[in-house]
Design a protein around this ligand. Structure first.
Ligand code: PLP
Length: 423
């Protein structure tokens, strides 16, 4: 079950072996014959030869995340950004098109709208709350995937995963869901029809702001062979890998991740350090306990802010009356996350004065770790966006994003209260 898997999935030490996941801090692995190594390069045998492609510590922790999401294969990457990029680029090339929710993380928006556009991949951004007709209208014959975030950072919109999955599947493309804020403790997107899940493990999965990292998990459910013309990279021989056809050799459960490792890791090298993967594995051990506390604290703080006269609005899907409360009850019944966003009366300058007055919550470009931190996205993570783009991403100029940590809720409320008095 879930709590047990957080501690044991992916690693069961044999007699006399280390109880913690070993950190294999080695670039290379020794073989006795060239022939034995050649089989690894041909993907004929399983084994390690160079950490840029695969490393035992990384793979062990990937297997743990795979189990938590209920997937068939997974990989770790050096950042969430790398995970978002690989997840799309693995099945789309120049001339292709992707449909994405508009309420996504600012870094992902920039990756899609600017950098990947320069690679010739076009994105259409849709309001996740739009009707099914509007959603269907965004697809083109060259659309290769659909993308959204379970809980959008920082807009805190909850994605109607079933609605998105239905639209994606009726156009013969997979749904990729960034499950960073929800974590598999809160929501397992595969159970609602998503095909691929990505994570910035930098956030709750690590949970201690110790290591930047990313992950991709495949459900194994999307039938690439049924749309073989659309996904030739998976269904026809890869000449850069000795003519292997990924779907034939690794099946629907393994094709997508094997291709991403064999081609994209090989060529881009976005490999996590084994030490970082160890820290991630350690963090995951306490994920359920931390998420319970994050959610309980955030709910208390959202309730406090909601009645404060100097707060103009509060967004927290765990709060009854929130625009996304109903979707949260469906997709995130145990709790949403520890992030609350709100506006301070008086707009941007009042928000800045309020933040400067905080003593316990630190101003940091981070979210989702053990210690409470706060950010004004319009002047930090989202500052490259125009006001119209901010609006579409669900980030108003006065939005303050509070990432509620594991401290005593009373201490956090006292800190917010003294800072609001000075505004
Ligand atoms: C932080 C974040 C990312 C990017 O991850 P990094 O680990 O910072 O590269 C992607 N998606 C979401 C939802 C995030 O919060």
């Amino acid at each position: 079950m879930f709590n047990t898997d957080c501690l044991h999935a992916g690693y069961r030490p044999e007699n006399g072996e280390p109880r913690n996941i070993p950190i294999i801090q080695s670039t290379t692995f020794r073989y006795e014959t060239s022939e034995a190594m050649g089989k690894l390069f041909d993907l004929e045998d399983e084994g390690y030869f160079y950490t840029r492609l695969q490393n035992p510590t990384n793979d062990t922790v990937a297997a743990r995340i795979c189990a938590l999401e209920g997937g068939t294969a997974a990989m770790l990457l050096s950042s969430g950004q790398a995970a978002s990029f690989f997840s799309v680029f693995n099945i789309a090339s120049a001339g292709d098109h992707i449909v994405s929710s508009s309420t996504i993380y600012g870094g992902t928006y920039n990756l899609f709208a600017v950098t990947m556009k320069r690679m010739g991949i076009d994105f259409t951004f849709v309001d996740p709350d739009c009707t099914e007709e509007e959603l269907n209208a965004a697809f083109r014959p060259n659309t290769k995937a659909m993308f959204g975030e379970t809980i959008a950072n920082p807009a805190l919109a909850v994605l109607d995963i079933e609605k998105f999955a239905k639209a994606a599947h009726s156009h013969g493309v997979p749904l990729i869901v960034d499950n960073t804020f929800a974590t598999p403790w809160g929501c397992r997107p595969f159970e609602w029809g998503a095909d691929i899940v990505t994570h910035s493990t930098t956030k709750y999965l690590d949970g201690h702001a110790a290591a930047v990292g990313g992950a991709i998990v495949d459900s194994g459910k999307f039938d690439w062979e049924a749309y073989a013309d659309k996904y030739p990279g998976l269904t026809t021989p890869d000449e850069s890998y000795h003519g292997i056809t990924y779907t034939k050799k690794f099946g629907l459960g393994g094709a997508y991740i094997t291709k991403a490792v064999a081609q994209l890791m090989r060529d881009f090298g976005s490999t996590p350090a084994p030490m970082n993967s160890f820290l991630l594995g350690l963090g995951i051990e306490t994920l359920p306990l931390r998420m319970e506390r994050h959610c309980a604290n955030a709910k208390k703080i959202a309730e406090y802010l909601n009645t404060h006269p100097k707060i103009s609005w509060v967004r927290y899907a765990g709060l009854p009356g929130d625009k996304y409360h109903e979707l949260a009850q469906k997709y995130l019944p145990k709790g949403t996350c520890g992030v609350v966003s709100f506006g301070v009366c008086g707009g941007r300058s009042a928000a800045e004065r309020f933040m400067a007055g905080l003593k316990l919550a630190s101003i940091a470009t981070h979210v989702a770790d053990a210690k409470t931190c706060i950010l004004h996205p319009a002047s930090a993570t989202h500052r490259q966006m125009s006001d119209a783009e901010l609006e579409a991403a669900g980030v108003s100029p006065d939005l303050v994003r509070l990432s509620v940590g594991l401290e005593d809720a009373e201490d956090l409320i006292a800190d917010l209260s003294q800072a609001l008095e000075r505004v």
